[in-house]
Design a binder for this molecule. Structure first.
Ligand code: MCA
Ligand code: CO
Length: 137
């Protein structure tokens, strides 16, 4: 069911302010930066050995990241688990009575499909299911 920890999401006020610690101090490679409009975030993926760090900057005041930072300050935001057949995984979770934020996958960064579970279902951890769609052809 779960292939790996795909990434750890970290809420930051600004990518410019947060990136140097990871890329210069820790010397971790920056994979890329992209905006995910539907989630109102700009994200920077950083390679960290077998997994990735995802720094998330809010792109509007009503971004979930802006709300999170307002309430809790910068810090670890979510845990993203790599899965296959994300639609089936969501169905499985719902059948197990797990409270899902997303009943259907939504577009995520890097062409992934993502779906969030409610933090209450996972002892206060926001868990993201993430399926990397392999580009055909
Ligand atoms: C694109 C990219 C990608 O990977 O592809 C991404 O990751 S996008 C990443 C950004 N997108 C998302 O996060 C989308 C999913 N998130 C959401 O739908 C929402 O942020 C949410 C439902 C988790 C929380 O919404 P909210 O803050 O308005 O709701 P509430 O304030 O009522 O929060 C409900 C309860 O969850 C808690 N809570 C809120 N956010 C978190 C969090 N990140 N981790 C753990 N607990 C959390 C609150 O403290 C509260 O607990 P208590 O009741 O005890 O106070
Ligand atoms: Co994520």
């Amino acid at each position: 069911m779960i292939k790996k920890v795909d990434h750890i999401g970290i809420a930051v006020k600004s990518l410019d302010g947060a990136l140097p610690f990871y890329t210069e101090v820790l010397q971790l490679p920056l994979i890329g930066i992209e905006e995910v409009e539907s989630q109102k975030v700009k994200v920077a993926f950083i390679k960290a050995g077998e997994t990735k760090l995802e720094l998330l900057e809010p792109t509007s005041a009503d971004s979930p990241i802006a709300k999170f930072i307002e309430k809790r300050g910068e810090g670890i935001h979510h845990l993203a688990l790599g899965v296959e057949s994300i639609e089936e995984r969501i169905r499985e979770m719902s059948e197990k009575g797990i409270r899902m934020i997303d009943e259907h996958p939504r577009p995520g960064a890097g062409g992934a499909e993502i779906a969030f579970m409610h933090p209450k279902a996972a002892s206060g951890v926001l868990v993201e299911l993430c399926e990397k769609k392999v580009k055909k052809g």
